[in-house]
Design a binder for this molecule. Structure first.
Ligand SMILES: NC(=O)c1ccc[n+]([C@@H]2O[C@H](COP(=O)([O-])OP(=O)(O)OC[C@H]3O[C@@H](n4cnc5c(N)ncnc54)[C@H](O)[C@@H]3O)[C@@H](O)[C@H]2O)c1
Length: 255
């Protein structure tokens, strides 16, 4: 009899990077719990997970900013068993700067990108086995100032910091906590930023001096799978000595 794969929870699993993480983990036979607020996207990811050979995942339509919803979904996902780890990929981005960021937009960013991570870590940590692994997807904007990303960058910097503080506490149990900070990655979130989809890739790779934005030295936009590969490494025993790290996955764009 083959042993069951690791039990792992992924938020933001209905699309983009979260879906790519789920599919890569499925190929390793993981028992997955997938959370997102987008029910249709979750169904598509669940189909992709079973097509990749993993058991049918547990899915929960949940808004990570809702404490009670997260607590309930985490409890049902674990179903009395310890979790081996989790990946927080849910996030939102609304482009605005100092003059045009509304209070509501500021609060939406923090509710999802920061408080959502806080809820997830606080509710899940007691259910993660000793020696488990937590990976939070933040952004390279957490450490590199960018025009039009005021609230997003601030909320991601807070998420990176809270993850590393939680990791310091959880190190006593051997639970590792790391932050992955992607740069431009080809998902719906990135494409919604592009005024012209025809030129979006070239403009992003080349950079824009007028916007104080360096390009991507490796010369290509990241694929969601590029980020997922680093996440899978951090979840694995190959990374057993790696914790409290913030790792750029951005083709060198944060130089
Ligand atoms: N794509 C990029 O260029 C890029 C760069 C840096 C960081 N990131 C980060 O990577 C993560 C994944 O983003 P993506 O690019 O795959 O974008 P995406 O929009 O494709 O995926 C984000 C997912 O989060 C879900 N989500 C949003 N708010 C939620 C909420 N309140 N509760 C539950 N689910 C919610 C969405 O439904 C969606 O499925 C995000 O945290 C994002 O900030 C993306």
């Amino acid at each position: 009899m083959t042993s069951p794969g690791p039990s792992l929870l992924v938020t933001g699993a209905a699309g983009g990077i979260g879906r790519a993480v789920a599919v890569q983990l499925a190929a390793q036979g993981a028992l997955l719990s997938l959370f997102d607020r987008d029910a249709d996207g979750l169904r598509t990811t669940a189909d992709a997970v079973t097509a990749a050979g993993a058991p049918a995942p547990f899915t929960a339509v949940v808004d990570v900013s809702d404490r009670i919803g997260v607590a309930d979904a985490v409890r049902r996902a674990a179903a009395g068993r310890p979790l081996d780890g989790l990946v927080s990929a849910a996030g939102v981005l609304e482009s605005a700067g100092l003059t045009d960021t509304s209070d509501e937009s500021w609060q939406r960013h923090f509710a999802v990108n920061t408080t959502g991570v806080f809820h997830l870590l606080q509710e899940s940590a007691p259910l993660i086995r000793d020696g488990g692994s937590i990976v939070v997807i933040s952004s390279n904007a957490a450490r590199v100032p960018r025009l039009g990303m005021l609230a997003y960058a601030a909320s991601k910097a807070a998420a990176s910091a809270l993850t590393r503080c939680a990791g310091l506490e959880l190190a006593a149990r051997g639970v590792r906590c790391n932050v992955v900070e992607p740069g431009s990655t080809d998902t719906a979130m990135l494409r919604e930023l592009w005024a012209d989809p025809e030129t979006g890739v070239d403009r992003t790779v080349d950079g824009d001096p007028g916007a104080y934005r360096v390009g991507i030295p490796l010369g290509r936009i990241g694929a969601p799978e590029d980020v997922a590969a680093v996440v899978c490494f951090l979840l694995s025993d190959a990374a057993r000595q790696v914790t409290l790290q913030q790792i750029f996955v951005d083709g060198g764009a944060s130089l």
